[in-house]
Design a protein around this ligand. Structure first.
Ligand code: F6R
Length: 359
């Protein structure tokens, strides 16, 4: 039931702080230790490579997870679109471990990969919102997202829950393997900060609505840009915008723009920069200026400690690895208000189904 909300999507965006708190409750014991099944940690620790597999938004959550696993655990991790992996399997390492990300647990493309993984007796984990779903039943291990039913076709709270569970798992595995970086990463405390931060962003809806009306309602195309983890978020931000508002949006590695795509910038093209990483903040800012010099309307989504006077959307500070949990929220709301402003059915965009059970 969406209660007083006009659309499920808005309700689900607003539920994200509560989902973060629920995950803390579900995944930590009284002493603050992650409660991940030892058998799972053992199996993962024996792998020489982690393969994350998913589709759409779940694939995008995998892109963030891979960065977190490599940093905290030190096992090389790659991320794959399931419909590609199923038919063009890359050369695998000797001891692979597979992580399936799927909100529904029913995505046919991802299942196709899992069937083959099982034929080879490779160990696997499904991270899903739906207990006893197909991908959950067929994988060796399951961890749940505890996000509650996600009704809107555009996935929001499942994306942030997937990233949070990946971070908790990476922390637990890193500690299990005695990695000092993981020991120093206080994911429980950070997820508390994230929940509060999400709340403050969802409390500033009127700013996001105004920005959507002013910059995104008319143009036919738009860009999100960023570097590193901000680039990964920009892919998800662009997907949200295109699927519900039908603005052709692209997420781009900001340094790549000048190698071709900047030719598309014209007067009024919206270019939104995501800036949360110390090392690359200055570079993304110069890339934004390059587009502005060619007529783009630039907007910024920036972590507080990197913010300047004329930035548009300021995010509370959290650990850099978890910044996607905050930077995606304004992007979800910008997409929502752009769709709403156009009078579209936000929850049921044309041509799309919530669960894609055909290949
Ligand atoms: C986009 C969206 C889709 C799904 C994709 C995978 O907002 O919802 O891209 O993420 O179809 O679905 P699951 O996660 O159920 O496997």
């Amino acid at each position: 039931d969406k209660g007083a909300y006009p659309f499920y999507m808005l309700k689900e965006v607003d539920e994200q702080p509560a989902v973060m708190r629920k995950l803390v409750q579900k995944y930590f014991d009284e002493d603050g230790k992650p409660t991940i099944d030892e058998e799972l940690l053992k199996s993962m620790s024996e792998a020489d490579h982690l393969y994350i597999v998913g589709a759409g938004t779940s694939y995008h959550a995998g892109l963030i997870g891979a960065r977190i696993f490599e940093k905290l655990v030190g096992i090389p991790t790659s991320v794959h679109i399931s419909s590609e992996f199923a038919y063009e399997q890359p050369l695998l390492s000797k001891k692979p471990f597979f992580i399936f990300l799927s909100q529904s647990g029913e995505t046919a493309d991802s299942r196709e990969v899992l069937v083959n993984v099982n034929k080879n007796n490779w160990p696997s984990l499904t991270i899903t919102n739906v207990d006893k779903s197909t991908l959950s039943r067929e994988a060796t291990f399951t961890e749940l997202l505890y996000a509650g039913p996600e009704i809107a076709v555009a996935s929001t709270k499942a994306y942030t829950a997937q990233i949070a569970v990946e971070a908790i798992l990476a922390k637990a595995l890193g500690e299990y393997m005695n990695k000092p970086v993981a020991g120093a990463f206080d994911v429980k405390h950070q997820l508390g900060l994230v929940a509060n931060g999400m709340q403050s962003i969802t409390d500033s809806k009127s700013i996001l609505k105004d920005l959507s009306d002013k910059y995104l309602s008319k143009p036919r195309n738009a860009f999100y840009i960023g570097r590193g983890i901000d680039w990964s978020v920009s892919l998800e931000a662009a997907l949200k915008l295109k699927e519900i508002s039908y603005v052709q949006a692209e997420g781009f590695a900001s340094g790549e723009l000048k190698h071709g795509t900047i030719a598309l910038i014209e007067k009024g093209t919206p270019v939104i920069g995501i800036i949360t990483q110390d090392r690359t903040a200055g570079l993304t800012r110069s890339n934004l200026e390059e587009t502005e010099a060619r007529g783009a309307n630039t907007l910024t989504i920036v972590s507080r400690h990197l913010a300047k006077d004329n930035d548009n959307i300021i995010l509370p500070d959290v650990d850099e690895l978890l910044s996607p949990l905050l930077s995606v929220v304004p992007a979800q709301l910008l997409a929502y208000y752009t769709s709403l402003g156009k009078g579209l059915d936000v929850d049921k965009p044309r041509n799309l189904a919530k669960s894609v059970t055909v290949q």
